[in-house]
Design a protein around this ligand. Structure first.
Ligand SMILES: Cc1cc2nc3c(=O)[nH]c(=O)nc-3n(C[C@H](O)[C@H](O)[C@H](O)COP(=O)(O)O)c2cc1C
Length: 202
């Protein structure tokens, strides 16, 4: 089993990475044979999608359509195609996923999906290019806003879940909102992150 962990904070070793590492510890406990790869988006050069639509209009390509940009996303596309489970962690920046996380999500939007879906009267919605099923777990970390007020602060979780489903055929097994870590610290969420890691490979 291949597990890919995406770390969407520009800061290494802080709350987001600490909780992602806890989730990966859960992965190793539940599935010691799993092959795990962690990508720090803050140390990667992944440009935003340029809307050239070369990938979207390539209806034949599987498991993904190549991107015209050649940067650190290029090898990541193969990692994504290979992975069976994905853990996606991002801090909240202005209520949303970080710009690092957004660039990553933009770049998987049409590379891994083709526009053959239909929702109500809208044609052209993303459908995964292959039937391969994956599991996902989402970790969202906020500095200030506590879990009780999450709905005012967390636009990230639904966007990440939907993109991973529409493009990578991911079933999200759970999500963790680690709120107010500036005041509370991240340790109080460690056990929940570990459980999430176990769940994503179970
Ligand atoms: C540009 C920016 C915007 C932020 N917006 C929010 C916010 O809307 N709500 C919040 O609770 N915290 C916000 N924060 C605080 C971060 O969520 C917090 O610092 C978090 O711990 C970052 O994760 P890290 O420690 O893994 O880097 C923001 C931080 C930055 C830099």
């Amino acid at each position: 089993m291949h597990v890919l962990a995406i770390m969407g904070s520009p800061r290494t070793g802080r709350a987001t990475e600490q909780l992602l590492d806890q989730a990966l510890a859960g992965v190793c406990e539940a599935a010691p044979q799993a092959q795990v790869k962690k990508i720090r988006l803050g140390e990667s050069h992944i440009g935003p999608c340029r809307n050239c639509l070369a990938c979207r209009d390539n209806l034949e390509a599987v498991p993904y359509a190549p991107c015209v940009q050649h940067d650190d996303m290029t090898p990541l596309l193969d990692d994504l195609a290979r992975c069976d489970a994905l853990i996606f962690a991002t801090p909240v920046h202005m209520g949303h996923a970080t710009s690092l996380a957004m660039a990553f999500l933009e770049r998987i939007c049409w590379t891994f999906a083709k526009p053959t879906g239909r929702v109500l009267a809208v044609r052209g919605c993303p459908v995964p290019r292959t039937a391969k099923q994956r599991t996902a777990a989402v970790i969202v970390v906020s500095g200030v806003v506590p879990p009780l007020l999450r709905r005012f602060c967390d636009e990230a979780t639904p966007l990440v879940r939907r993109t991973l489903k529409d493009s990578l055929n991911c079933r999200t097994v759970g999500s963790l909102y680690a709120g107010a870590v500036e005041r509370r610290g991240a340790d109080m969420y460690a056990a929940a992150a570990r459980r999430l890691g176990k769940a994503v490979v179970s």
